[in-house]
Design a protein around this ligand. Sequence first.
Ligand code: 13P
Ligand code: SF4
Length: 359
Amino acid sequence: MYYALPQKYREADTAELKDRILQVKERLGDRAIILTHHYQRPEVVELGDAVGDSYGLSKIAASRKDVEFIFFCGVHFMAESADILSGDHQTVYLPNPLAGCPMADMADMADVMEAWKVLEQFGGDKRIMPISYMNSAAGLKAFTGEHGGLICTSSNADAAYRYGFARKEKLFFFPDQHLGYNTGLKYGLMPEEMVIWDFSRDEGGLTEQQLAKAKVILWKGHCHVHINFTAEHVDQVRREHPEVKIVVHPECPPEVVQKADANGSTSFIVKYIEAQKPGSVIAVGTEINMVHRMAMTYTDRTIFELSGKTCPACANMYRTTLNDLAYCLENFETMKPIRVSDRIRGNALLALQRMLEVS
Ligand code: 13P
Ligand code: SF4
């Protein structure tokens, strides 16, 4: 997709952009809402109407049937989910249409269909429930809904596991192997009950025996931001700051999650930081812009990024600038909205509604 901001928007300074954004907000009033994910730039969050994790923002998109326009400052799968959950009278815009999620892209539909063909030999729908992380394309959400499964986010993956195991013997979880594995351990599964489906290999690189024994089949996807964190980072921070509290996102590798004091969604991390006393030292294993915003907000606490050196930035979340937001708000009538095709909307909605019901 080609996308370039006109020069006047690229060259405008921050004060002018803020002023223009505020003017459109004033003009649109209750007709529009700006949703911002926790990883967005601080100046974007500041001008939004709500900030949240992907679950919280999808709930807002589902419930605010009164607004006509939803401007979603986040990444593509979030805006797609908002479109599925909102009504036909509502239109969703992604201010920077290039903002995607590399992890979501790791679950290609053709690869998923090939895997499912193999899993059908192990009972398919009758014995296996697909669970798709919110970070996935709408087509995969539709596949999940069609096969009796549901969507989850990092804040309700355990509820999704309970829902799945109450109905089926096995779960097929995609695309994030780490969230799937961490949730499995929390649910009480043994490591040997979970296998990883490597989509670059025939039959996922698994034997018939492994697939027959597995309770959870995990897609081999990951978040390139969160796999930067290691158990050594945790050990080093604890050596340097014996009083430290460590909170991480469950997209981090299992050894990091297990060594941390707490783990949860981005909103959970915010609440965890809020709950610490002034003077606390808190190391955070998640996206760097959010960590910086927390450090700027809670100045009476020492808050820093857990690795200290890997710069865990999500370039896609960072893509949306005030320039993009100003352009989108002033020109949305001429922009292509995020619209999920009718062919997949129904089943994708089914899977998302199941998530809202179990959470
Ligand atoms: P949350 O659902 O915790 O906001 O996470 C979304 C995400 O993309 C994390 O990398
Ligand atoms: Fe995707 Fe990772 Fe960015 Fe989240 S932080 S949007 S999972 S690439």
